[in-house]
Structures are given as structure tokens and as C-alpha cells.
Design a binder for this molecule. Structure first.
Ligand code: SF4
Length: 317
């Protein structure tokens, strides 16, 4: 296929996040991660105390995130931090990242979100949360904010299989995820989802089969991660005790798998991330070495090119 014929109208072989934002804002948009001091119902005892078995938020939290400072200060410091590295960015999305960032009374959420949006250069919010931490009042409010700002709610879904969700102690079902996503999209709010590949109990076939189910969801963006075993988690202990229960992806296997997955994925979904790297000091299992995200994307694009393929080539409704 000629590059210009890709459904998303640019040269890349998948519907890439960076180009999507360039189209909306006319330039690069930089995300600023903030830790707003939330917890989650899987940690504070509402559902459970232990958390999801793989969860160690420290491993994913950028070093400039500090939950103890006021939100406006965190945003300003985050912008300063990124300005040194990415001088071309003048537009920022504040990414409420660790824990469940809609898990608080609405008035508290309003204060936090509006303090972030009030900072110069901030054009919107990315709000990471669980599918069971949203309701109509919060969605109505976020619908109102969406009229003026770019707002996206990013749900941690992780798997479409309840057997897996039980095994990793998510304490929600896939049906709850579908309902939260449908409702968010009905409110006209951008909706994102996050999935993990390689969770214990899931075969490669189960993972690949989930593409048809995922493709039916009304998603704006999607993120994938390969499972990595992170220190100081329940999963790290389980992995040490039962390593044969885990079939972790090597880098080459994962590229092959995720490219085949992308070929079957709904081409309307904007892919934000194919894989993620935990800093090696947090790893309790095998890793891929110091591979950067852009190197992973290059390997994926090369494999798509080698196959003369693209996102959604084999997608069928
Ligand atoms: S992964 Fe999210 S939902 Fe699970 S324990 Fe960690 S913060 Fe809570």
C-alpha cells in the first residue's frame, strides 16, 4: 500500500499518538506526569489492601513527581523539567498518572484538575484511573471541561479475561471495564485503555484472540505493555516461587506478537505505546536491557515494513 493511503493520512504504518497531537494542536504536545496523592480502592481497603499483584507505582513514576507539593507547583516544576529536554513543546497535557485519579469526591477533583489547567501552556488533562472509580457526576463534569480543553480518561483494563483479572487481584471484571468505557464515550469524552500482555494464565492465543473484543470498544487511544516483573510486588514473590507459571516475552517474540496484534487492531485507535520499560533497578525478572521507547517503535515499524503491513490490515468488523 502507498504510505499516503494509510487511513490516518500520514507516513507511519500505525495510527501514531505523536502525529495525532500534531494534527490537533499543530505542534508537539508534552505530557507532564503528576502524583496528586491519590490512592486506589484496591489499596485503601475499600476492595482490598494488597493492590494488583504487579503494582509498584514507584517503578513508573518520573523522578520529578512528588506527591507532597501543591498541584500547581508540581505542574510548573514538571514543565520546567521538560523545557530543558524538549524545547519545541509549548503545549502541555497534565497526566494524573499514579494510582486512581478519579478516586476522590468531585469537589476535590475539581480543585486539582482546575489548578492544573490554570497553569500557562496547559491544554488538557490525561486522567488515569480504574473502571470502577467513575460515575455520572464525574463524567458530566469532565464532559463540561472537554468543551474547552483536551480531556482523556485512561482506564487500566489489563485483560479481557476475568480469570486473569482475578489472578492478578484487580478486583473488577471486564464487564465493568466495558461499561465504564461505553459510558465515557457516550459523554463524548476521549477514552483510553491500557492492556498488559504476558500475564500469568494467558496463552499467546488468548492474548491474540482478545484483539477482536478490544477492537469493538469505542476507544480514542490505546496503550500496551509487556509484563515485567517488578521488585517489591506480590507478583515478584510469586514469580520467584513459580517461574514456570510465567511466559515472559523476549524482545524479538514481543515485536513479532505485537505487530501481528496491530495488524488485526481497529485502525481508528491511536496507539500511544506498544511496550514500556521499567528502570532496570526495579526489575525482579528478565528484562530487555536498556531499550528506549523510540527503539521499540523503530523495531515495530521495521517489522511492519518487512511484512508490507500496517495497523488494521487484517481488521474485520
Ligand atoms: S495497579 Fe492501579 S488499581 Fe492496581 S493497585 Fe496499583 S494503583 Fe491500584
Amino acid at each position: 500500500m502507498e504510505n499516503s493511503n494509510f487511513p490516518w493520512g500520514h507516513h507511519r504504518r500505525y495510527n501514531a499518538y505523536a502525529q495525532y497531537f500534531k494534527k490537533i494542536f499543530g505542534q508537539r504536545v508534552q505530557k507532564i506526569s503528576v502524583d496528586a496523592g491519590f490512592t486506589c480502592p484496591n489499596r485503601d481497603g475499600k476492595l482490598a489492601h494488597g493492590g494488583c499483584t504487579y503494582c509498584n507505582n514507584n517503578a513508573f513514576n518520573p523522578s520529578y513527581c512528588n506527591p507532597s507539593k501543591p498541584i500547581d507547583q508540581k505542574v510548573i516544576e514538571g514543565i520546567e523539567f521538560h523545557k530543558v529536554r524538549y524545547r519545541r513543546a509549548n503545549n502541555y497535557l497534565v497526566y494524573f498518572q499514579p494510582y486512581s485519579n478519579t478516586y476522590a469526591p468531585l469537589e476535590q477533583l475539581k480543585n486539582l484538575y482546575e489548578s492544573a489547567l490554570a497553569q500557562p501552556g496547559v491544554v488538557g488533562l490525561v486522567i488515569g484511573t480504574r473502571p470502577d472509580c467513575i460515575d455520572d457526576d464525574k463524567l458530566k463534569y469532565l464532559q463540561y471541561l472537554s468543551k474547552k480543553y483536551y480531556i482523556i480518561i485512561e482506564y487500566g483494563i489489563e485483560s479481557i479475561y476475568d480469570s486473569t483479572l482475578n489472578r492478578i487481584n484487580r478486583w473488577h471484571t471486564y464487564d465493568q471495564s466495558i461499561k465504564a468505557i461505553m459510558k465515557t464515550a457516550e459523554y463524548g469524552i476521549n477514552t483510553g485503555a491500557h492492556f498488559i500482555f504476558g500475564l500469568p494464565g494467558e496463552s499467546r492465543t488468548m492474548m491474540m484472540d482478545s484483539v477482536n473484543e478490544i477492537s469493538k470498544l469505542p476507544l480514542t487511544t490505546i496503550k500496551f505493555h509487556q509484563l515485567q516483573i517488578v521488585e517489591e510486588t506480590t507478583m515478584a514473590m510469586d514469580y520467584k516461587a513459580n517461574p514456570n507459571d510465567y511466559e515472559l516475552f523476549s524482545f524479538e517474540d514481543y515485536i513479532n506478537f505485537i505487530v501481528s496484534f496491530a495488524e488485526r487492531l481497529n485502525p481508528d485507535f491511536i496507539i500511544e505505546r506498544f511496550a514500556g520499560e521499567v528502570p532496570p533497578r526495579y526489575l525482579a525478572g528478565p528484562g530487555w536491557g536498556l531499550i528506549r521507547n523510540d527503539q521499540i517503535n523503530i523495531a515495530i515499524e521495521k517489522e511492519l515494513e518487512r511484512r508490507d503491513s500496517w495497523q488494521g490490515k487484517y481488521f474485520s468488523t
